[in-house]
Design a protein around this ligand. Structure first.
Ligand code: TXA
Ligand code: MG
Length: 347
């Protein structure tokens, strides 16, 4: 298949072309404010199957359904509790996915066999224009091959999926850079299933108590049942194994410097790069005091290691506050939760 690259900035037909492909049951890479999505008509079973095939994604991992206007939530969700309305009114359009009981219009293949559906109203104007023009809600996982880091540019999408999908719409680099926050409102207490662009603190400001899923902090065994099936799979990983070194930037830089071997790589803060110069392949992902910048750059930095011949990667990691929780979660997952904590024992 020849994958078309569409440019809405210079081609006034780009959005209509993407929408027409989607209506015909094709799959299309689209920009969102978080990461690029691989979109299909959420109600078209054959189209949704194409997403799983192109990504190499396990069938039990549900897809998020994207809408263009808040009212569309009522077409898809069987129950919309007051908490969902409050969250939607506060943080939509934006990087947050709400899990609710689903209506029958959403087929089981889209929801990975669950009776619930993840709903997201993205803020990216091109994403919303495409959903509106397609006239159907769009199922869209991140537009990467399963297991790889998510894609934050149209070029990343082409790297992973060229020849496997009908088109990619180039909307430039994503402004948030990590995926949406996934919050389930299906149980007695709201449960954070994946940290993302909306922080835990922001959720708590609206909801009060929020339970944090165990899968955010530690590795989950393949045989265990988890709330967000996506959490149990190896994810975001470059080819070389990653070790996270957690501590202050100075502490982790000193520790990593002492470990470097012949083919080491270091994922580090901009302001720490000079520690490793000449001793390792260095990929930076933003300043140590700017977690928003780190979120924007972390996946691109992880991907860049695959163009090098490093045999091991040491990674610095921000503290778990604000959007830092999402950044540290992605880096720890890339490392399969192999973490050296230099702060252990400190008071
Ligand atoms: O920012 C994002 O959310 C991006 C853009 C494209 O919108 N999408 C994205 O989708 O990251 P994906 O499929 O890569 O990740 C969705 C996560 C998975 O961990 C999945 O298991 C979980 O959300 N999820 C989706 N629907 C769910 C449901 N009904 N119940 C529990 N978890 C769900
Ligand atoms: Mg993904």
């Amino acid at each position: 298949m020849n994958t078309q690259l569409l440019h809405p900035a210079s081609d006034p037909e780009a959005i209509a072309t993407a929408a027409e492909l989607l209506r015909r049951g094709e799959i299309v890479g689209i920009p969102t404010e978080t990461v690029y999505g691989l979109a299909a008509d959420a109600c078209n079973v054959d189209a949704v199957h194409r997403i799983f095939a192109a990504k190499g994604r396990p069938q039990d991992n549900p897809l998020i359904v994207h809408i263009a206007d808040l009212e569309q939530m009522y077409d898809i969700a069987a129950v919309v509790p007051d908490e969902a309305k409050a969250l939607a009114e506060t943080y939509w359009p934006g990087p947050m996915t709400i899990i609710l009981p689903k209506k029958e219009i959403i087929p089981m293949v889209t929801s990975g066999g669950l009776n619930t559906v993840g709903i997201r109203l993205p803020s990216h104007p091109i994403a919303r224009a495409i959903i509106r023009a397609a006239g159907v809600p769009l199922a869209a996982p991140s537009a990467n091959r399963s297991g790889r880091p998510s894609t934050t540019t149209a070029q990343h999408v082409m790297e992973d999926l060229d020849g496997k999908i009908a088109a990619v719409v180039d909307g430039g680099p994503c402004s948030v850079g990590v995926e949406s926050t996934v919050i389930s409102l299906c149980g007695p207490v709201p449960r954070l299933l994946r940290p993302g662009g909306i922080s835990l603190e922001q959720l708590e400001a609206v909801l009060g108590d929020v339970t944090v899923d165990r899968a955010l902090r530690e590795k989950i065994d393949d045989t265990e049942t988890v709330s967000a099936p996506g959490m149990k799979y190896r994810h975001y990983a470059p080819k070389a194994p990653v070790t996270v070194v957690f501590g202050s930037p100075e502490q982790s830089a000193a520790y990593i410097s002492a470990q470097l071997g012949e083919n080491s790589g270091v994922l580090c803060f901009d302001d720490c790069a000079s520690h490793f110069a000449g001793h390792a392949v260095i990929e930076t992902f933003g300043r140590s005091d700017d977690e928003t910048e780190q979120a924007r750059e972390v996946f691109d930095a992880l991907r860049r290691f695959d163009t090098t011949d490093v045999a091991e990667i040491y990674a610095q990691c921000p503290p778990s506050t604000g959007i830092g929780l999402a950044v540290s979660n992605r880096i720890k997952k890339a490392a399969g939760f192999h973490v050296i904590d230099l702060t252990e024992g400190e008071t």
